[in-house]
Design a protein around this ligand. Sequence first.
Ligand SMILES: Nc1nc2c(ncn2[C@@H]2O[C@H](COP(=O)(O)OP(=O)(O)OP(=O)(O)O)[C@@H](O)[C@H]2O)c(=O)[nH]1
Ligand SMILES: [Mg+2]
Length: 360
Amino acid sequence: MFKNLFKWGKKDKVEENIDMEGNDLNKEKDLLEEASVEEIEDLEVKLTEEDSNEKKPGFFDKLFAGLDKTRKDFTDKIDGILHSYKKIDDELFDDLEEILVTADVGINTTMNIIDNLKLRVKEEKIKEPQAVKELLKQEIMEIMNNEDGSNQLNIKPSPAVILVVGVNGVGKTTTIGKLAYNLKKEGNKVLIAAGDTFRAAAIEQLEEWGNRAGVDIIAHREGADPAAVIYDGIQAAKARKTDVLICDTAGRLHNKKNLMNELNKIFRVVEREYPEAKKEVLLVLDATTGQNAISQAKVFKEVTNITGVCLTKLDGTAKGGVVIGLQSELSLPVKLVGVGEGIEDLQEFNPRDFVDAIFN
Ligand SMILES: Nc1nc2c(ncn2[C@@H]2O[C@H](COP(=O)(O)OP(=O)(O)OP(=O)(O)O)[C@@H](O)[C@H]2O)c(=O)[nH]1
Ligand SMILES: [Mg+2]
């Protein structure tokens, strides 16, 4: 079942073996091969069962505030354009098209939206430029519509395992901390596996988040085999009857062979050791990178079966339109959005709320 999720056959498309910072990853490959998955070394289990008393602000308020820049760049511009026209003509549609493209909606999606708009304006005999705004909102809503509930994490019934993947610095570790916190608050028993063993600092950062969220971490030392960490995480999750095991992974450049080998090995361990668990492969993307996030998603989609996306840093960007492109152009459901650096700044994604927030 799980093995079908991953298209191993395509991994040989990625050939280089140097990471983003130019490090030779063959070194780590050797390390990976030395350590067998069954080897349990330096198992470090930290128990922290503190509960956080922090108050959770309203869901929509946070999303609304987080999307402030996107809304300004997007809706304010649309309002400006629509106000400047006395009648609906091709030029108006060209201007709208430009706004959508610069908001990182994606060319194909933009074309679809504009074509549908033109059709509706004609069919419904709409004359007033301002009326186009509501139509545009409806079209965007339509294009993002996922009524099958695929925007929700597929983690019920428990147990579940969430593998968090993505390139350097997109916000994987931060997202894991926030997600662990949210899931725990919802009454789940949560465990985190520190699968990014590339840097000692990565393990420490995750431990810090684990402390904040009041969730235990399974970690090995720096340089250990990530698959062995995940193996231990699974054994601990089983022993403790954990509902959700969240696994961090190293974030070196996505199109490098060694990273794919590493993910491959992790996936095999999960498949073999935890067949009964629901699986999510969550790709974390940084919204501020706009079309680059879309490119990363395409590459990851080629080598693994991504089941959902977490789009981070929506608070710091006007590129929130990238959500629309991901959902419609790549058919990748956005499941979570990061709207700040705090522990409460991760939200479940709901297309309707999103469109409401950017069209407010
Ligand atoms: N403003 C904002 N910052 C975020 C968000 N999510 C993550 N960050 C910040 O992004 C930076 C990188 O986050 P990490 O979680 O370390 O990213 P990573 O993907 O684990 O990075 P590597 O482990 O180096 O691959 C940190 O400074 C985070 O605080 C978000 O939703 N909003
Ligand atoms: Mg990290």
